[in-house]
Ligand binder design. Sequence first.
Ligand code: SF4
Length: 698
Amino acid sequence: DRADYDEEVDSVCPFCGVGCQVSLKVKDDRIAYVQGIDGPANEGRLCVKGRFGFDYIHSPERLTVPLIRREDAPPKGLNVDPANPWTHFREATWDEALKAAATGLAGLRDAHGGRSVAGFGSAKCTNEEAYLFQKLIRTGFGHNNVDHCTRLCHASSVAALQENVGSGAVTAGFNEIENADVAIVIGANPTENHPVAATYFKQFAKRGGELIVIDPRGQALKRHASHMLQFRPGTDVALLNAIMHVIVEEGLHDRQYIDGFTDGFEGFRAHIAGFDPERMSEICGIDAETIRTVARVFAGAQRGMIFWGMGVSQHIHGTDNARCLIALALLCGHVGRPGTGLHPLRGQNNVQGASDAGLIPMVMPDYASVMDDEVRALYRDLWGGTEIDPQPGLTVVEIVEAMHARQIRGMYILGENPAMSDPDVEHARDGLAMLDHLVVQDIFLTETAMFADVILPAAAFPEKTGTVTNTNRQVQMGRRAVPAPGQAREDWRIVVDLARQLGLDWSYADPSEIFAEMTRAMPSLDNITWDRLVTEGAVQYPCPSPNSPGESVVFGDGFPRADGRALFAPARVTPPAETPDEDFPMILTTGRQLEHWHTGAMTRRATVLDAMEPGATCSLHPSTLRRLGVVAGDKVRLTTRRGSLEVATRSDRAVSPDMVFLPFAYVEAAANILTNAALDPYGKIPEFKYSAVRVESA
Ligand code: SF4
């Protein structure tokens, strides 16, 4: 009975960065069902995950007591049954587990130096928890080896945005598409990955907006697109530079905007002169006339927006890809007005907030450089005299390498699952197994927790109160609706307890106190208070006054760079780190799918979602299936230079005949066994979107 509930609690969906607001209907301390409410990002809408994905929190596999690895446990590996972990772990009290966690990490710090310990925080935790986690690593261990999954999703986008416009966040919320005439969606599949945002894109197309979809894979949004450019994977720079070449060649660029708001145009113009569409067409596979048409449509519009996803960012040239998109918007003056803007669609529900809160090894909260003396002085004062290390820390993939080199010997991992999410994941798992001391804090005994020495059971998102920040820069209030099971505790509480065990003098009693400290350090939170968020549910930053809902569109009067001007940054064509050859003749690309979230820890334990997509499949073009002599449902073997796995097939005309798509949510066919850990030199993001692969009938 859908009307039968004891209580309803307004909160935020815990899955993607759209940040839909939900009403959680609670009956007998369980979430009975969920409805969308009128949040600024969803206006009542929800996708299948938001509506039906919540019962993971009631899974019998939830961690409910602290666990400590048994002295006689088998060697570390993916050999633990989450329903029966007792051969490997024993129950412990919270006191015992916190002491074991702190003693192990502090022992490594004291014996090998603070840099022998690293931390991965989580984009699924609240802003307050992200802030506390980076503070713990920076003050408890004296260095900046703290990172999180932003490194694996939009690190390259953020690198380019910070370099060229001076801020890593979106310049306009996705709802601004309502005011646009043209929109480019490139390297993103919003219908699957940001489904509620996709509804705004479809409405835009329905009312006559020109929707240009650019992606090596076909996708559902194609049906709404005025132009679909299915280009060769990894050739973004060639295609985008060719579009910009046409715009400048035909004089369609916005000279007044360029003169008024940007630097570096003349050098950039000379650079793109070499990218004529006829020549670039041979590289990217899009005919020159289509390139010219799209250039005219985008530059000729009054108001244009650009949205992008991991298809742009997860390449060794991800930063160059994003530089091109920024330059394209600047060239046309499509920034800083309603209906214009640059919008990297953020993945996790709080990856924007966790990044803002400083879960990044080279910057403090609000992206203030650790190398800046004034910044470090500010935090020394705020944090009771603790000196901040001026040396940037290691990033996610670098930390794995440092494990193998025995430079990193201990880790504190909160809510991340590198044993599934890292590229070349067998190498990452080997690194985890080599650690002398691993503390994992999570809601499930994840693949990463299987390698832990101490496991701390955490509360799930609907079991705690705290703020999160979505892809639109909207800071929203998540509210506790149900109690955590057993002895599980909120993450912020566990981090505080661990800090105390490490000898830090922390006394936070409530997330609001942590938020108040953040507002003292972070200008982005000016005019945003805890009380406002409790009352209003959401405030967008930047927020110019205590009564303002915040600004959707920014940079209308200049950019937050030293000279107030945005920068044109030329990008060269760089091939992928490995290209198909005789041994590995096809291209592997990986990603999410609608029903499953990232490494599957939550959604594979959500009854409806798991029933909809119960097992791993790879997508192949029907002609590829025929060539291999298999039919949909048969298994194939996928092999790259990193590893090999067997997986069932699905027939899919959206992938080109030389490509295979594999989602990364399934441990039984873990896509990252195959992926390449080669890094973009600026964002340090791995090339998840392009590996050379061999596909054979299994
Ligand atoms: Fe949740 Fe994203 Fe779906 Fe909204 S679009 S309901 S935030 S998963």
